[in-house]
Design a protein around this ligand. Structure first.
Ligand code: PDD
Length: 276
């Protein structure tokens, strides 16, 4: 397929430089955007978050986000993508390896490609299991940076236990999961960690909060404990393209009656109506 390299759509070949700061420091930001029936979902929200991530890292975007957005749309077209994701990252650029920022004027490097992904409706409807893992990440998890090693280690633990996700906790507090946000349901209300520096404020998470409001389901953006998680009536995770996945078991603890919950299902239906 084709990829976006800066503002050129080109054949996917070796265009990366070993002194790209993304390789050497993970010094950059990224976004993953879902594509449904050839249309990126919530593109503007992803672009706003990209802008914020870059600003927090003092990384100058190489172009206004409206130009980046137009290029990503061109890429989707060039690859004739119907169902899948756009992956895009922007690094602080290519420069002789020094930890501190490179010379002013060093161009940030934008790379994006698309990947076909069929919908995992079965997983969304019927759910999967999760494991617990200690959240050992830095204290700016609100920035969507390329530094993902703690997330990689946690997700590997999940895979080795045939689980779909690793739910992270800092001490007793549940934060989010290795590549998704976590919601619990207790007595008909939703609870999810507040959007502070301990979690990534997911685009899917925000949409779920909005949709829940419309459905008359109360959402409490407040911290909750591992015990609250294990004793919840329902648990689900949310992320781009995966959308909403019910969690039926966490480690050895069955959640609720061990089946996908009613409230989770309601929210999933509302979410699906965004693109169906
Ligand atoms: N992950 N939390 C973390 C740590 C994430 O990496 C992600 C997304 C989310 C959910 O955010 P959103 O709803 O905006 O996708 C929460 C992406 C999909 C990834 O890294 O592949």
């Amino acid at each position: 397929g084709k990829m976006l390299y800066n503002d050129q759509i080109m054949e996917r070949e070796s265009v990366m430089d070993i002194e790209d700061r993304a390789y050497q420091f993970g010094d950059g930001v990224y976004e993953v955007i879902g594509v449904y029936d050839g249309t990126p979902l919530m593109m503007d929200e992803h672009m706003e978050r990209l802008e914020r991530s870059a600003r927090e890292l003092r990384l100058d975007l190489p172009a206004p986000v409206k130009d980046i957005k137009a290029n990503l749309e061109k890429l989707v077209e060039a690859n004739e993508l119907e169902e899948g994701i756009i992956y895009m990252q922007i690094s602080r650029g290519i420069a002789s390896r020094e930890h501190a920022f490179p010379e002013p004027g060093t161009q940030a490097v934008t790379v994006a490609y698309t990947r076909e992904e069929t919908r995992q409706s079965d997983l969304e409807d019927n759910g999967g299991t999760a494991v617990l893992a200690e959240d050992i990440r830095w204290l700016r998890c609100d920035i969507k940076t390329l530094n993902l090693l703690p997330n990689v280690m946690a997700k590997q633990k999940a895979v080795e236990n045939d689980a779909v996700e690793a739910i992270l906790h800092r001490g007793n507090t549940v934060t989010e999961a290795s590549a998704s946000n976590v919601f619990i349901v207790k007595d008909g209300e939703l609870y999810t960690h507040p959007a502070d520096n301990y979690i990534l404020n997911g685009i899917t998470r925000r949409k779920i909060i909005q949709l829940s409001g419309e459905l008359g389901i109360k959402v409490n953006e407040q911290t909750y404990t591992v015990d609250d998680l294990l004793n919840a009536d329902e648990v689900f995770i949310s992320a781009t393209k995966q959308d909403i996945v019910p969690i039926l078991k966490v480690d050895d603890q069955t959640i609720g009656d061990g089946r996908a919950g009613k409230i989770t299902h309601k929210i999933l239906q509302a979410f699906r109506s965004l693109y169906q």
